[in-house]
Write a protein that binds this ligand. Structure first.
Ligand code: TRP
Length: 496
């Protein structure tokens, strides 16, 4: 085993690291959340904005987290502490660890549903439905059943614990190397099946030809939140995974692979889902139930549905598992590094806590389907709190920390180390220092303002939005001019 000074475990290979980090990024966010947001936000327009967000916000933050992790060889909290000791900056890391507990607690509930749907589709349950109402009622009954919801949630946490307890190389990396190729294989099979259905082309159109009448400012804000969520950014997950990288690793190229694979899988998931949805004359605006309530209708009647239903839910489960382990690893690395606990003890304790924290979310579609936390069910509360507030806040803090506190020189020296040909460091720092904090702060502000339904606040929000969008366009213009200037200076060649 390759062990660094001080005994820190390292990834066994570059491919292993990329698959593990892409495994973290590729998850329910890609196959469940992305199609559902695309479906309710007008299709291709959302996809285009999403891709812009990945390029302008996702890449810079991905590089920032990986660099900080590799430099410090520490967990989310330790990374801040070792760059800036005796300062409150470590709280930015603590926020990340807290987000890890919270996200996994409800993520595991949806992941639990995928286990349930996998098992039940193997048993042929979906074949027995006669119409869409039966499918919808089945989902309602399934998610409201406390024994199933809590039981499958527990099962998912235990699966994550079993992998994380083995450590970085023998656990996370080894399983990612098995699970990720399986995931790609199943995804490709699903796409072939979907595209060969008669009438599938209108789904392809919905997904790739933008209809700008659907464009709104909300599209931009939702796409940004989705980008962070999908790329596992904003809570130190990539700091933690980066901390198991050796000095020789090439951060820009690894980061491009991770974000590229993640975006590709989201895209492929769209090609597996929308053609099938349209081929059967169903609506793409299925919301959170798109995958659990709309798709089973298709499996019910589709030729080969008996095989494709369990395969599809297995795909979802695998995607969720490689993401769940990354969330558990953020929490685990913190206690192992900072508190000196053994990995085994940490995983047992934190896994148990996360299981109990998730019970209210698991019951949110049954007994607790009431607005009891700030007007929301516990599930919705944790989902919104993390995706709309904690991740954007964490991202701003990481961008400011790397861009200003760690500083331009040290950060660019770090990213170039292992990637001497990387000519885009100045552009990276520019986006990190000026673009990310400003734009992401807007998600936070609008997320917060949209909580209030009073007409006065809404009118105020409208006005504010108009100013912000003008500021954003100006900022984009500056980025464009700056980039052109950067490339036109003699002798600059694009290279990684
Ligand atoms: N990115 C994963 C998904 O798309 C979820 C996830 C894993 C995550 N680790 C994270 C989200 C860290 C935010 C932060 O499903």
């Amino acid at each position: 085993m390759k062990v660094a000074r001080g005994g820190r475990e390292h990834w066994g290979s570059r491919v292993g690291f990329i698959l593990a980090a892409a495994g973290s990024a590729v998850g329910l966010g890609n196959i469940w959340r992305f199609p559902y947001y695309t479906g309710v936000n007008g299709g291709a327009v959302f996809v285009m904005v999403y891709i812009l967000c990945v390029i302008l916000l996702g890449f810079p933050l991905m590089f920032a987290e990986l660099s900080l992790g590799r430099r410090t060889q520490k967990n989310a909290v330790g990374a801040f502490l070792s760059v800036k000791p005796h300062s409150p900056w470590f709280l930015a890391g603590s926020l990340g660890v807290l987000a890890g507990f919270l996200i996994l607690s409800y993520y595991s509930v949806v992941a639990g549903w995928t286990i349930g749907y996998f098992i039940e589709s193997l048993l042929g349950v979906f074949r027995s439905f006669h119409n869409a109402t039966e499918v919808a009622n089945y989902f309602k009954a399934f998610s409201a059943n406390p024994v199933k919801a809590v039981g499958y949630h527990a099962l998912f946490i235990v699966l994550c614990m079993l992998i994380v307890i083995r450590g970085v190389k023998a656990g996370i990396e080894r399983w990612s190397k098995i699970l990720m190729p399986t995931l790609f294989g199943i995804l490709v099979l699903s796409i072939i099946r979907a595209l060969t259905l008669p009438g599938s082309f209108s789904g392809v159109k919905f997904f790739i030809f933008p209809d700008f009448s659907h464009f709104s400012l909300d599209t931009v804000f939702l796409a940004m939140g989705q980008a962070f969520y999908s790329l596992s950014l904003g809570m130190g997950c990539m700091i933690t995974y980066g901390s198991y990288l050796s000095r020789k690793s090439n951060i820009p190229s690894n980061g491009i692979w991770i974000a590229g694979l993640d975006t590709m899988v989201a895209f492929l998931a769209g090609f597996a889902i929308f053609p099938a949805v349209f081929a059967f004359g169903l609506k793409p605006e299925g919301g959170p139930g798109l995958v659990f309530q709309t798709l089973p209708n298709i499996f019910r009647v589709m030729p080969g549905g008996v095989v494709f239903a369990p395969l599809f839910f297995l795909l979802l489960l695998i995607a969720a598992l490689t993401s769940g382990i990354s969330l558990l690893e953020v929490v685990t690395a913190y206690f192992v590094d900072e508190k000196g606990w053994s990995r085994k003890k940490t995983v047992l304790i934190t896994g148990t806590i996360i299981f109990f924290m998730g019970i209210p979310s698991a019951l949110s579609y049954g007994k607790l389907a009431k607005p009891i936390v700030f007007g929301r069910t516990p599930f919705d509360f944790v989902d919104k709190l993390t995706a709309n507030y904690l991740l954007p806040l964490g991202s701003i803090l990481i961008a400011v920390f790397v861009g200003y506190i760690w500083g331009r020189d040290k950060a660019s020296r770090e990213i170039m180390d292992g990637a001497p040909g990387f000519k885009l460091a100045p552009l990276w720092l520019f986006l990190l220092r000026y673009f990310c904090p400003v734009v992401v702060a807007q998600i936070l502000i609008f997320g917060f303002l949209s909580e209030f339904t009073s007409p006065a606040v809404q009118a105020f929000t409208k006005i504010l939005q108009r100013y912000f969008i003008i500021a954003d366009i100006a900022l984009l213009g500056v980025v464009a001019v700056w980039t052109a200037h950067f490339f036109l200076r003699k002798g600059r060649k694009f290279s990684l």
